[in-house]
Design a protein around this ligand. Structure first.
Ligand code: UD1
Length: 422
């Protein structure tokens, strides 16, 4: 079993180059199937979720080649087929094949998607949206296989009960080649959605309003190959900036869009953390006397839920009492027990509310990643702690942080992967 071993307490200096956004890439890669022929996606992050998508696409007869972070996808020989349970389970974003296959073939067969267990993660909003477009859905209660059929895929007005990122993108996919106009109200506004709509439009789609709460999609009959670059990963950038605020000495995060992490930088200001923005570079240094603050995670442009767990480590180093509230996922506090084992003073009021008293020194410990961002929080904690930290279940972390070990070593961290790959 592979583990991450960290000798913590080292000051970190230098540059970390941010990769492409995981949550954009996992939608852009399958979206390439809309076009027959060669499509090129650049700045694709080197994460295991990318490889899981490639496995699914290869099972459908798609040719994929890669040079560095540039991926070429050729769907000329693609055939629609069932996506196996094993492949559907590999990642959450497998659900995007529902919307894409429906648009392209009016038929999709796959199983309930996998992903981190940070909450119940239902897909009812995706399915309700498809139904509104005329899709007939059958679901096998035992195997959780979904068969989706649409003789007539017709545009509709769809109001989402919650501004779900996945449902917004998936409905946008299905509507792209439907007959007539679809309007998604209360759409998610996450910046990744703009990246995906830009790609679809470059392939010939007619989508307006991505990045706002109303998206209008006029269905088109044909799509053609195009190219797109994945936007920078705001969550990866935020994770390293949080680390820099505790352990950095002029730690620079490069290739980031500062506008995408305004919510995080505003919290830095409130905490008295100094940072410098210079174009697409943000530099931060270790700050003494970090102020305690309150954080509530929200949909974009609010404080991102995906940075809540790394941020909780920073709050352990703030002076005073901070209140932390998670509003998107009901099971995102699993890392707290491990932070407390390392010396933090975090009281869980319930699954979504925590009271963090600081500043507490952290000490190395043997701990387990329980999900992607919680795992990243433990890496940050291990780098802050004195002594040795061993983290197990690191597959969760490698799903979403490209070249994590190399990037951290380059700025002076003592971190390595030990043990055998299973
Ligand atoms: C995406 C991100 C994830 C991020 C989340 C919220 C990807 C691959 N993942 O996940 O990193 O944490 O957005 O920013 O892009 N919900 C329902 N029914 C549904 C769909 C969602 O009740 O059909 C609920 C969820 O249980 C959750 C909330 O809505 O409580 C948000 O989910 P959603 O925005 O859909 O998250 P994902 O797209 O899965």
């Amino acid at each position: 079993m592979e583990q991450i071993k960290i000798n913590g307490g080292k000051i970190l200096s230098g540059e970390i180059k941010i990769g492409g956004a995981k949550n954009s890439a996992v939608a852009l890669i399958p979206a390439a199937l809309f076009a027959e022929g060669q499509t090129e996606i650049s700045n694709v992050p080197n994460i295991t979720d990318r490889d899981a998508l490639f496995s699914i696409m290869r099972s459908l007869g798609v040719d994929i080649s890669m040079k560095g972070s540039v991926v070429n996808i050729d769907s000329s020989h693609m055939k629609n087929a069932e996506i196996s349970e094993e492949l559907s389970n590999k990642l959450r974003a497998s659900y995007y094949f529902m919307g894409i296959l429906l648009a392209k073939y009016r038929h999709a067969e796959m199983y309930f998607p996998g992903g981190c267990s940070i909450g119940a993660r239902p897909i009812d909003l995706h399915l309700k949206g498809f139904e509104a477009l005329g899709v007939n859905i059958s679901h096998d209660e035992e195997s959780h296989k979904y068969t989706l059929d649409a003789q007539n895929l017709k545009g509709a007005k769809i109001h989402l009960d919650f501004a779900s990122v996945g449902a917004t993108i998936n409905i946008m996919f299905a509507a792209t080649m439907a007959e007539g106009t679809t309007i998604i109200e209360n759409a998610a506004k996450e910046t990744e959605i703009i990246n995906i709509a830009d790609f679809l439009n470059a392939m010939g789609a007619d989508i307006k309003g991505a990045g706002t709460s109303t998206i209008t999609i006029n269905g088109v009959k044909e799509m053609h190959p195009a190219s797109i670059s994945v936007i920078p990963d705001r969550i990866e950038a935020g994770t390293y900036l949080i680390l820099g605020a505790i352990m950095g000495k002029d730690l620079t995060v490069c290739g980031v869009n500062p506008d995408h992490i305004t919510a995080v930088l505003n919290k830095f200001k409130d905490m008295g953390i100094d940072y410098r923005i210079d174009g697409d570079r943000i530099t931060v240094s270790r700050t003494d006397n970090i102020k305690a603050i309150n954080i509530t995670t929200l949909v974009y442009p609010g404080f991102p839920t995906d940075l809540g767990q790394p941020m909780s480590v920073l709050l352990t180093q703030a002076n005073g009492t901070s209140y932390f509230e998670e509003t998107i996922w009901e099971n995102r506090m699993q890392h707290v027990a491990y932070l407390n084992k390392m010396g933090a003073n975090i009281e869980l009021k319930d699954n979504c509310h925590a009271v963090i008293k600081g500043a507490t020194p952290l000490h190395g410990a043997e701990i387990n990643a329980t999900d992607l961002r919680g795992g990243a929080a433990l890496v940050v904690a291990g780098l802050v702690a004195d002594g040795q930290t061993i983290i197990s279940n690191i597959d969760y972390i490698l799903r979403g942080y490209e070249n994590l070990i190399k990037k951290l070593k380059n700025v002076g961290a003592d971190i390595q992967i030990i043990g055998e790959k299973e």
